[in-house]
Design a protein around this ligand. Structure first.
Ligand SMILES: NC(=O)c1ccc[n+]([C@@H]2O[C@H](COP(=O)([O-])OP(=O)(O)OC[C@H]3O[C@@H](n4cnc5c(N)ncnc54)[C@H](O)[C@@H]3O)[C@@H](O)[C@H]2O)c1
Length: 330
């Protein structure tokens, strides 16, 4: 098996997996998979991959030319894979849909609490030698009604953490979880959630229907001083609408781990370079906005699971067994 774009933080887990599977020869590189680098995998039965760079028709062809058609992604998303070409070439692909819901839920919860306690303002003040309290007063989590949109793997953990802080938690999901329903968490409509929540956290996929679900008209239905949390997907939020609402003071705080134009900007070093996105630059510098560059998932626990699970999947594929989490290609 051969793995591409293995980062330093993934390397120990590749070694851990290889140690547990002495019968398998494991090779890897830190380089991305491309038509040029595909040859590194020569002789391998399968490849393990994770990158933002597209898996183009040429890249897939380069693998297939070497007889490699078993590819295991270390992440969830397959939107950068040319699935038509993959189908044509007879590829079998797997992904890792769930690697650590807690990583993302914890991050969302931490950032929610930070916004409520104005820690960004406080940190800046302290760094500048201003040790006065006022006017940087916090809101306690237990006084908030926290509205959770989407009660899947991540939303459910976020609910538990916010309840641990003592918040009143309500939720909306068109597919209600029986256990949560029995405990009475659900409101019947998104509008009810908007009307009742002091904090609103998104934990839904970026489907066509959900694109810009947070927009001027949904914001108009929310309470004044609402805090918005998006650790899901950038496309869910109409960023311009949120900026307007922040400017008006309608939205008190905005947590964003994802951004609709993040591709090519996040996970890059912009020091000593012209920052490429004025709107994002403005958000980063606001005291009531917490931007993180899609790092909610980025924990040792999650990265280990992503690596081990992808190698397990690829191992199943090369042994002709059904993998746990195959990607549907048709
Ligand atoms: N920031 C990160 O690092 C990071 C990492 C992993 C996942 N994510 C994102 O987190 C989000 C949630 O992931 P998950 O694993 O919990 O997904 P999941 O599939 O387990 O749960 C999603 C839930 O959203 C519900 N849903 C869909 N549309 C809805 C709507 N309009 N209103 C209310 N509920 C709706 C679904 O019924 C489902 O229960 C996804 O967008 C995912 O891409 C972010």
């Amino acid at each position: 098996m051969f793995a591409f774009s293995i980062r330093k933080d993934e390397e120990p887990y590749v070694k851990e997996w290889a140690k547990g599977h002495p019968e398998i020869e494991v090779g890897y590189t830190d380089e991305l998979l491309s038509p040029k680098t595909a040859k590194y995998a020569e002789g391998a039965d399968g490849v393990v991959v994770y990158q933002q760079l597209s898996y183009t028709a040429e890249t897939l062809q380069a693998l297939a030319d070497q007889g490699i058609t078993k590819m295991s992604l270390r992440n969830v998303g397959v939107d950068n894979v040319d699935l038509d070409k993959a189908k044509e070439l007879g590829f079998e692909i797997t992904n890792v849909p769930v690697y650590s819901p807690n990583a993302i839920a914890e991050h969302a919860a931490i950032q929610t609490a930070r916004i409520l306690r104005q820690t960004k303002v406080l940190d800046e003040k302290i760094e500048n030698g201003d040790l006065r309290w006022a006017p940087t007063i916090g809101r306690e989590v237990r006084d908030q009604t926290v509205g959770v949109i989407g009660t899947g793997h991540i939303g459910r953990v976020y609910m538990q953490i916010m309840e641990g802080f003592g918040a009143k938690v309500i939720a909306f999901d068109p597919y209600e979880n029986a256990e949560l329903k029995a405990k009475g968490y659900y409101v019947n409509t998104l509008d009810e959630l908007y009307a009742q929540s002091d904090v609103i956290s998104l934990h839904v996929p970026a489907t066509k229907e959900n694109t810009h679900m947070i927009n001027s008209s949904s914001i108009a239905k929310m309470k004044d001083d609402v805090v918005l949390v998006n650790c899901s997907r950038g496309a869910l939020v109409d960023t311009d609408a949120v900026i307007k609402a922040l400017d008006r003071g309608k939205v008190a705080g905005f947590v964003m781990d994802t951004y609709e134009d993040e591709v090519g900007i996040f996970n890059a070093d912009w020091r000593n370079k012209t920052f490429p996105d004025k709107r994002l630059e403005d958000l980063i510098h606001r005291s009531n906005v917490l931007v993180t560059p899609h790092t909610a998932f980025y924990t040792t626990h999650a990265v280990r699971n992503m690596v081990l699970k992808a190698f397990d999947n690829n191992c199943e594929l090369i042994h002709g067994k059904p993998a746990d989490t195959p990607v549907k290609i048709d």
